[in-house]
Design a protein around this ligand. Structure first.
Ligand SMILES: *Cc1c(COP(=O)(O)O)cnc(C)c1O
Length: 399
């Protein structure tokens, strides 16, 4: 795919099939794995799930993995395990999927936001430092901060970790976009600078289990707590019983838990997909580099990827100069059967958060970003002609 000239008509094969911004990549081997799992005696709580969890831990270099039915559930049990309660604060960034904030609300906690760095879409360390200083004076320091690795690029975790040592908050990395990514040459998920990291296996994400997610950690107690919470807090180990064990039938429920389990079919699909992780990430990076070449001369910007980061490139986000332009490009793409998206409309401006007092102007960089950003298609199955189709459409409009 070298020396592509997007504007050479010979390269422009006229096609009009639908291109989503992202979609699942399913192979024959994936399908075989799921069918095989379906024939096992146990189709939930069997032996595939622990194998999947083991392989995740091996890949991301975490000591423990707790797979669940979504990243949203993983965020919830992560907050609970870290003891988030009413009157506590959880902070995240406005440019994220709403689940990064909602997990705080599930625990009855208060949610607040930190503005982003506009060139990367990631949490601004400067804004975070200032907000922490102010919060300390007002006695409103957060219990948990959820940095979001937008598009698959890790936030500056070392800096956030250093601040956590000063101000005493816990860290959950929302790495829903970022499995297979790296920061300072360590895989995202190694939890070197965090308590817990969460990944999503929704079909639009890097790898999928149809629905699913996982929380990884190096902390034994957090792992045990999350494993309990995933399955009703059913305790079967007599050593952990509060009351005397009377028979083999006995299990104890000591606290409120949930059914957030991932079943064996999902685990089989996830396990099969995980084997291709490097291949998928390489392909996404390759396609992104091709976009860079194709879009080079146009008046738009691709998001910056920080220097010490290898992005998993879940999303290719371009930013245009102004809002009107963005709206027009958006409708042009939709008219041409290309499913562009905005990632994301600021969470603090969603009605559910506005109701709590957040308003326009609270987080200017996030608001500015969301007026100019568009996610263009990026997933492994994309062909050269698809990238050219996207580039030509942009060229046509922006010239
Ligand atoms: C997709 C996503 C989630 C939620 O993932 P589910 O598995 O769909 O629950 C959370 N945070 C971010 C940033 C996401 O993109």
């Amino acid at each position: 795919m070298k020396n592509l000239n997007p504007f050479n008509l010979k390269n422009f094969i006229k096609t009009n099939y639908f291109l989503p911004y992202s979609k699942q990549n399913i192979t024959g081997r994936d399908i075989k794995s799921v069918v095989k799992a379906l024939k096992n005696d146990l189709i939930t709580q069997g032996e595939i799930l622990p194998r999947f969890e083991n392989e995740i831990s091996k890949k991301v270099l975490s000591d423990y993995s707790i797979a669940v039915n979504s990243a949203t559930s993983a965020l919830h049990i992560a907050c609970l395990a870290l003891g988030l309660k009413e009157n506590d604060y959880l902070w995240t960034t406005p440019i994220t999927f709403v689940a990064s904030a909602n997990c705080g609300k599930y625990c009855g906690a208060k949610v607040d936001f930190v503005d982003i760095e506009p060139n990367t879409g990631l949490i601004s360390i400067k804004a975070l430092e200032e907000k922490l200083k102010k919060a300390k004076n007002e006695n409103k320091l957060p219990k948990i901060i959820v940095p979001v690795h937008l598009c698959g690029s890790s936030c500056d975790m070392q800096k956030i970790f250093e601040l956590s040592n000063i101000y005493g908050f816990s860290i959950i990395e929302d790495a829903s976009h970022a499995i297979g990514g790296r920061y300072q040459d360590f895989p995202v998920g190694c939890c070197k600078y965090s308590d817990i990291t969460v990944f999503s296996f929704h079909p639009v994400k890097i790898i999928t289990s149809a629905e699913g997610g996982v929380a990884v950690t190096n902390n034994h107690n957090l792992a045990e707590k999350m494993r309990d919470l995933r399955s009703h807090c059913i305790i079967r180990d007599p050593k952990r019983f509060k009351e005397k064990s009377l028979g083999l039938w006995k299990y104890e429920i000591q606290e409120l838990g949930y059914n957030y389990r991932m079943n064996e079919l999902q685990a089989a699909l996830g396990l099969s997909q995980l084997k291709r992780l490097e291949k998928i990430i390489n392909r996404r990076n390759y396609l992104y580099d091709q976009y860079k070449i194709l879009l080079d001369t146009l008046p738009l910007k691709l998001l910056d990827i920080p220097k010490n980061v290898y992005s998993s490139l879940h999303l290719a986000v371009i930013t245009l100069n102004d809002e009107t332009r963005r709206e027009n490009v958006f409708s042009l793409f939709r008219k041409n059967n290309i499913g562009v998206q905005l990632h994301y409309y600021p969470v603090h401006l969603q009605p559910i958060y506005k109701k709590l007092g957040f308003k326009e102007g609270d987080f200017p960089s996030s608001e500015e970003y969301s007026k100019k950003a568009i996610s263009i298609p990026l997933y492994p199955q994309l062909k050269k002609r698809d990238l050219i189709r996207v580039a030509n459409l942009l060229k046509k409009f922006l010239d």
